[in-house]
Design a protein around this ligand. Sequence first.
Ligand code: HEM
Length: 518
Amino acid sequence: MAAMLMFLLTLLVLFISLVFKFVFSTVSWYLLTPRRIRNIMEKQGVRGPKPRGITGNIIEMFNLTSQSTLKDMDTLNHDIVGRLLPHYVNWSKSYGKRFIYWHGIEPRMCVTETELIKELMTKHHLVTGKSWLQQQGSKHFTGRGLLMANGEDWYHQRHIAAPAFMGDKLKSYFGHMVECTNHMLQSLQNAVESGQTEFEIGEYMARLTADIIARTEFDSSYEKGKQIFHLLTSLQHLCAQASRHLCFPGSRFLPTKYNREIKSLKMEVDGLLLEIIQSRKDCVEIGRSSSYGNDLLGMLLDEAEKKREDKFKPNQQLIMDECKTFFFAGHETTALLLTWTVMLLASNPAWQEKVRAEVKRVCNGGAPSVDQLSNLTLLHMVINESLRLYPPATVLPRMAFKDMKLGDLFIPKGLSIWIPVLAIHHSEELWGKDVNEFNPERFNSRPFATSRHFIPFAAGPRNCIGQSFAMMEAKIILAMLISRFSFTISESYRHAPVVVMTIKPKYGVQVYLKPLDP
Ligand code: HEM
């Protein structure tokens, strides 16, 4: 009896301490820490809009962007910051260059000063990273893949993936890129021959870049991986709404329609990826193949095999997360870059002609060779200008995991620093009066191309791992497209950029295509 009482008492004490711990961490998480961070930043003169309960400023941001993107833009101009980041415009007017706002309970300090940004990206990459809210938001999408990894995990994952994007390995993708582009050009040609004149070029670019990433990184193809790609796109759309669903304590555990939908999609994608991974393993086990393959998936499987005792050895879930990360990061961003560039060239015929003449001169009328790519300087300038006006990643987030100094500021642990890339790329102060005009000439001088306020691929050790891959791909595709077709913007094109994780044309980009004489 006494033993029984003792047991029940222990259970009770355990239960009370668990409840106490839960209450304390909830109060600290939702109230004390945000309040502490706010006080510290206010004392340093960093202020911002008043947060509303646990939703912070999310509702205000949501209402402002819903309003500003309700209609199409009146004309085809590139003055898009007020449309896509209306909250940034309002708050920077009221509170200055540095301000703090609340994404739910997560404090985010917006910074546009280039010196601070450089310091943050180059010096503090190991003590800053992706926040809990961001990680939770993409937990069922790209999971703990490279894009969302932090600290030592990030370091090891980056180390494993980096060789896939360098030197000869990178050059080895060239042939695949040309082959996939030829395939797309042929389907455009067939459509033209059957009488079609208008094309939504975004669809073609999305399919082409999916095909390229599938072939180069996973030895598959768009057609083979179609089901995975569609499921991933649906997952991405759901995850883009995550912040609205994650504000409330414990909301991620509730069986809401949103949570159920997202989990079931994730299970479906993972199931399909598992089949691909298993079939690679089976090929090695039964002796049909001597290695897991030369692509990124093969490298990850090799690593999992090699480092059996290592705590950083990629497990099955991480391999699947990495596949999803590279597919998402490596296909959509490049497709958008290409789509916006076609829109810009279609509405700027003089530049289209200049680039076409350069491609003709450099490539002698054929597809470019890997060595000729660096001679396509005008095309390079056009791509940069497109990345400046429509950077696929509009903001760069970094959360401080330790107290640190940034310039003259003391940054407390738990504060997220947000770099509004789109606003920096459209700053009149940094780029001059013609900031919202398409003028690739501004990239003619080298210092501009490498300047600190041009950061479409981020900067420092945690920059885009696929930057060279993306630039090579974009140059090949645009050079081949421009030498086969001339294009003008269609009357049905509606200029309506929106942000759904990345900057997208809401209704696609419709162009008229005309085949050129060979
Ligand atoms: C025009 C095309 C692209 C743009 C504009 C772009 C932009 C970016 C940016 C801004 C980041 C930093 C994100 C952050 O830290 O929050 C990033 C990271 C990343 N990108 Fe790209 N990217 C492009 C193409 C690619 C391609 C082709 C791949 C792979 C094949 C790729 C894979 C990645 C990965 C894995 C990361 C995470 C790197 C890390 O955290 O260490 N990206 N990209």
